[in-house]
Design a protein around this ligand. Structure first.
Ligand SMILES: [Zn+2]
Ligand SMILES: [Zn+2]
Ligand SMILES: [Zn+2]
Length: 153
């Protein structure tokens, strides 16, 4: 790490990239205090330089929009404890034949192996082992939201 001229190690709080909650660690930016938006895939590259390649798509960032990371801005860090455990549990379930799902509402989860949908998706995709996923238009998270709204009114 190269120290920042005035701010030294230049620490920032982080947030969990999965749920947006508090991240478990502090990021030390040093002089890498810019965020560059990739001109190809729009990913935000924290701590990148113009000479770097995009961390998401690998294209050069030289033409991307660059701004300074603000003094009190939190930056994406590692997963929080809750998400880490959840991801680990998801992985175990998928190893047992479960499948990942994500919903248009942004929710994600795992459907247990052996359930009708999991079996169907695995048969259809031909992927009997290893990670496979589906995108849902509706899930219990947004369904529940809609139902709760009705019950309350
Ligand atoms: Zn989290
Ligand atoms: Zn990119
Ligand atoms: Zn949903």
């Amino acid at each position: 790490m190269i120290l920042h001229k005035e701010k030294g190690v230049n620490p920032r709080m982080t947030f969990c990239p999965r749920c947006g909650g508090d991240g478990p660690d502090i990021a030390l930016l040093g002089n890498r205090d810019s965020v560059i938006t990739c001109p190809f895939c729009n990913a935000a590259n924290y701590g990148a330089f113009r000479s770097s390649d995009c961390g998401s798509c690998g294209q050069p960032l030289s033409g991307g929009e660059s701004r300074k990371i603000e003094e009190h801005e939190r930056i994406p860090g590692s997963l929080c404890k809750t998400c880490e455990e959840e991801v680990e549990n998801f992985k175990k379930e998928v190893e047992k034949g479960g499948i990942y799902w994500k919903c248009d509402c942004g929710a994600t989860g795992v459907i247990k192996g052996g359930s009708e949908l999991a079996v169907q998706v695995r048969e259809k995709s031909g992927i009997m082992e290893g990670p496979v996923g589906v995108t849902l238009e509706k899930c219990w998270v947004c369904e529940k939201g809609a139902k709760d709204g009705k019950e309350n009114s």
